[in-house]
Design a protein around this ligand. Sequence first.
Ligand SMILES: Cc1ncc(COP(=O)(O)O)c(C=O)c1O
Length: 489
Amino acid sequence: MKTYDKLIFELSKPGRKGYSLPENEYKTDGLSSIPKDLLRKEVADLPEVSELDVVRHFTNLSSKNFGVDTGFYPLGSCTMKYNPKINEELSALPSFTNLHPLQSEKTVQGALELYWNLQEMLSNIAGLAEFTLNPYAGAHGELTGLMVMRQYHISRGDEKRKKVIVPNSAHGTNPASAMVAGLEVVEVKSKPNGSIDVEDLKPLLDDSVAGIMMTNPNTLGMFETEIMEIANLVHNAGGLLYYDGANLNPLLGKVRPGDMGFDIMHINLHKTFSTPHGGGGPGSGPVGVAKHLVDFLPNPRVVKNEDGSFSIKSEDQSLGNISSFLGNFGVMMKAYAYILSLGKENIKNVGPLATLNANYIKESLKDDYLLPIEGVCKHEFVFDGLKDKSTGVTTLNVAKRLLDYGFHAPTIYFPLLFHESMMIEPTETESKETLDEFIDVMHTVAKEARENPEVVKSAPLTTIVRKLDETSAAKNPILSYRSLKANAK
Ligand SMILES: Cc1ncc(COP(=O)(O)O)c(C=O)c1O
């Protein structure tokens, strides 16, 4: 096996160098202006490697990573769709990348126009009055949206409204964001089909309710058909509806959260609008609000003036700043390119295709995998592990075995409603051939589980790193070059 086929991190050889520094042109020791007590006492303990060692090490490491460009990535709730390369090309245009956030407004009119246009597009898609693009991620959007909710109640002298109702199937960031925003989380139960139990919701709706956080389709991929009734109940109790837009993909261009009664929402640009994520790139979590909440959006904002020019403004009633400057501009450019390249007509095909793909996989596999909720799902669905539990093969085992066959694992053990959750989201960009290959492999793994369970239990067998000792990894993480060296001693 060649050095780079193994996961070897210790390549250092004393005296080896990967750089040559120019001579100090001022002929000083170069250190005289640094205060003595800040000078390093010992030579830095850095790897001594040649440039070629470094290039090979990182290039080989990068090829060991799994990405949506290398294979099928059905990670439920994450919407790992293909990220078209034109998005990258446009976001790398030097006329945008060379801008500085402190440049004067009149020298960045193009960038502001793009920001404003994207705000408008998202408002149209969502059926809401206005968007801010400032938050950096979905969870950051949740926090921002909940701060808007809080600010709204405070502005009305309704300080005691602090209760946020969250379904027990919700993504973990929902209750976490509510806590960070200084609100109190109250759980509402889900019915066996995964949708909110309206009868359980009713008694929770009193004058301390700030709002409810939901996603539709819900975390099990099922559309909340009682959404209009829920919206009426919450509004009548004086609360607001927050929409976790991480699951917007199946509704894109077809159904608008604003029309379902939602007052506030965030969108994960890095999911629905095809920008790399999951370690592959920064995110963006724009927040949209209905008309009565616009004043509370964070500062700064981009506005269009009467003469057609654009300005950056701050409003007094705003909840304040939640990010430096205007957010992750590169991500916005990619999302903008994606929306423009799909156009108004094609964007409406995203949801139905994602939905078709998810239902095709679900129906093709339900003879081998336990489907706890029957019926048409939206863009994703959940199996409760293998149907045949007698073999002792778990969801974790199946997930690891998929790696041997070149597929990324689905999301596992989420949602928490089932013991062996396996959440599969194929996205609209996958072909029928890819779906068929995945279905075949899932059947093969189920057959192996019946006939030779030990193979599945000991997977992965072909990956560069075998099954990890996750407990030790969590308890004794080796996160830096230095701790790796210390551990080796
Ligand atoms: C349903 C749901 N809500 C919220 C989030 C949080 O988004 P982010 O990871 O961008 O913070 C996710 C992310 O996976 C999600 O799936």
